[in-house]
Structure formats: C-alpha cells, structure tokens
Design a protein around this ligand. Sequence first.
Ligand code: NAD
Length: 481
Amino acid sequence: MSTAVTDISSAKGNLEPEIRRIFEKQKAHALTLRRSTAAERIEKLKRLKQAVLDRTEDIYKACANDFRKHPAEVDLTEILPVVMEINDAIRHVKKWMKNKKVRPTLMMLGTSSYVRYEPKGTSLIISPWNYPLNLTFCPLASAIAAGNTAVLKPSEMTPHCAQIIQEITAEVFDEQDVTTVQGAVEETQLLLAQPWDHIFFTGSPAVGRIVMDAAAKNLTSVTLELGGKSPVIVDKSANVKKAARNIAWGKFANNGQTCIAPDHIYVHEDVRDTFVDEVKSALEQMFGELTKIGDNPDYCRIVNAKHYARLKGILDDAQQQGAQVAAGGLHDESQDFLSPTLVTGVSGEMRIMQEEIFGPLMPILTYTDTQAVIDDINSREKPLALYIFSKDRDNIETLLNNTTAGGSCINTAMMQYLHGNLPFGGVNNSGIGAAHGAYGFKEFSHERAVVEDKFAQSQLFHPPYNDFTRKLIKLTMKYFV
Ligand code: NAD
C-alpha cells in the first residue's frame, strides 16, 4: 500500500493545485471503482475496521487531548458505532448491490426492468468535531460500500483526532481511493469548489447552507446532516424518574455536545418540581457529588475556549433576563469547564431559547396546554430530534401527528442514532438525506433505472399514426382514464 498522507500544510500557498490534483486522481479512479465487486469493497471495509481497532489506544489519547473524553465514552460513541456501521456494510453490501427487479406496469408488459445501484463516483465527506471519528468513518463506510472514492475533511477543532484519521486512511488506502485533507475554512472551501459527484456534510445548518450553495454550482448531490434545537416533552403521565435519567444522560453525555442531545425540555406543570429533583438525583448517580463534578474524569470538557465563551454568554444572558439556575452553574474558564446546569424561568427572547445550545445547559419550560407546546415547536425550525416521555397513547399520537423531526424516541433519548436499521437524518433546516446502513449505501449510490424490451412492443405506438395505431392508443387511454 502506498502511503497516502496528503499533507496539505506543506502545500501552503499552493493549496488549490494540490486539491485539484487529488480530485483529478480520484475522479480517474472512480471510473475503475464502478466495476468493483462486493468482495473488493468488503476487503477495504475490513482493513478500515482493523486499523481503527489497532489504533484504539491512540484514539483514546487523541480524544482525551481534544476534549478530555473518557475512554469508556470513546468506546461507546466513537469506536463502537464505527465498527457497527462497518460490520453492517460487510454483512449486507452484496445484497445492497444487487439489481432490484420491478414488476412491469400495464404499459410495460413484455419488458424486464430493474434498478441498478451504481457508485455516485467521487465523494467529499466533511465532518464536525463533536464525534470526530464516528462522524467521519461511518459515512466513509457507506461511501466504500457503495463503491465511491472519498476525500475526508475532519474538523480542525479536534486536531489530535484529525491527525489519527489522516494516519489511518494513509495506512489503509491508496490516495486514489480514500485520503484525508486536514484544514479549516479555506481548505474546505477549496475542496467544495471541485465538481464532486456527492458531498456528505455533517455540521451546523449555517455551514450546511454554504455547502449546498457550493454544490449547486456543479449540481452535486448532497447529504446534509445538520443540527438545531431538539425539544423534549415530559407530560404528567410520564414515568418522571425514568424520563429524568434518560434526558440527563442524553443532555450531559459528551458535555451536551451532541447533535441529537435534548436541547430544551417542556415539562407539565404538575410534574415540574419532581422532574427537576429527579434530574439532580440522576446526575448524582452518574457523576457523584455535583459540586465536585469538575474532578470527575467521566465528565468531559467543552471543546475549546470559543465554545466555552459562547455557552457562558448564553447562560449569562438568560440570568440577566430573569432566568434562574436550579442546579449547577459551576464554571472554570481555564479548563473550558461548565457543570451540568438546569435553568428555569426561561423565555423565548433569551439566547438559550433561540440558539442550538450544544453544551451542558438544560432550559426547563413549564406547560399546561399541549397545543401551546405544539405551537411553540412548530414556530421554530424543524428539529433533528424530538423526544416524548409519556404513558398516554393519545398524547403521544397527538404530538407525533402535529410536529415533525428528523427522528423521535418515545420514553428514551438518542436511541434513533444507534438503531442501524433506521434512517438517520434531519428534515430541512436539520438536514437533507439519511445515513446508516442501507440508507447510507443508497445516499452514495445512483439508482439507475433500466428497462429491457424483449418483444419491441413499444414500436406499436410509433408513427405513422394510422387507424391501427390511433385505435391502439385510444384503447390504452380508455383503460387508464
Ligand atoms: P461546523 O458547521 O462549524 O463545522 C463542520 C465542518 O465544516 C468542519 O469540518 C469545518 O472545518 C467546516 N467549516 C466550518 N466553517 C466553514 C465554512 N465557512 N466554509 C466551509 N467549511 C466550513 O460544525 P461543528 O461546530 O463542527 O459541529 C457542530 C454542529 O454540527 C452542530 O450544529 C451540530 O448539531 C451539528 N452536528 C450534526 C450531526 C448530525 O449527524 N446531524 C452530528 C454532529 C454534529
């Protein structure tokens, strides 16, 4: 295997031609990959999986250096999802690649038709910092399974993880197959200027717009895995203890830096106080005494000073406008540390209710009227996730029927991501397209429609339009009209 370290930093000032060179090399190779077999793709997937497993210790170190993430959480949220995605592709790619026969319609009697799954060709995968390996290698598994080349552009905010990603791809793949380009805005925009066959972007809605704009210039297809404010509803029939535990885990794992983390919680007035107490008690069960959580290695950090300042600013803004801290609020700028913080008395004008929080702040809103909750949710951008905690079937159906979201869980949180047989994605502002398993494979594939005409009966409808053809067309129309 040739070493495929694309060290873009050494190409400073010369970035554009270097990116163009990589693109052209992959474009030429993509034609060869069109004919790649399931066995060849499986072999690549196996090598990727092995390389990730071989570098586990280095991945722990990189995640610790980037945001003090506990190795257990690295196993659960970085390595395991990647291995599961690769295993799924290895197991099913042969089936996914098979032509799917379709039944002939009446007009098509005498034909044999099917859908062929073809690789789109060259793909660009741009990923965020919050689950750096997971959100780079999972789409890569789909790209490989579908027979594409890929350039990976991990986030510059987690440089240790980006380095590992680059080393793994260099070790496992030829540059013409898969390579990593490190960099920030300038590098990404140069990459986006190339006429890719597909761009798979995971990140914020704001940058998603930039990606879609760039893709539009070449009519490149996109998958956009974006974010936003994911609401949670806890009604008065809910098992409040269980709800609090699930919501606390979803909100504070990875320090709240999860795209599908519960963002803000609508709690029925009758159970509000119990809910607040149960969240505190769930946090104590998970992290011990909350005043000492800063010393607990299970609780990771905000990724950098910029995001710490953003989150502290959101909290200050809420407090200045009359919100109260019901628990937490501890902070240490020198460590980018903010403790799990429950905020009550929030209102719609506060930043905490206007921006995606993406950190350990939990605004709790009290409600009595379900319709008011529905109206508030529908007045906002469509969320990536919406969670319902309830034992009332009618209420669950009312909430599902009157809202939309990329995905939802009932009486749990975040599980829609881990379920490999479900499509994972958003809707409009929270995303376009879907990831995972067969859905990810399709995202990187072109579904080519093929009709094989056995008896040439379509010629019966060709000119000249004499009595016979006109009668035949009329007869056909009569059947349909
Ligand atoms: P981001 O949009 O700032 O960055 C994502 C990627 O885009 C990075 O690789 C970055 O280098 C690049 N980028 C940043 N600015 C750019 C620009 N102006 N032009 C071109 N490229 C640019 O997102 P982030 O801060 O890394 O991640 C947080 C966001 O991602 C949140 O909104 C979160 O909800 C979302 N997210 C979504 C999912 C999902 O699966 N739907 C998963 C994780 C994170």
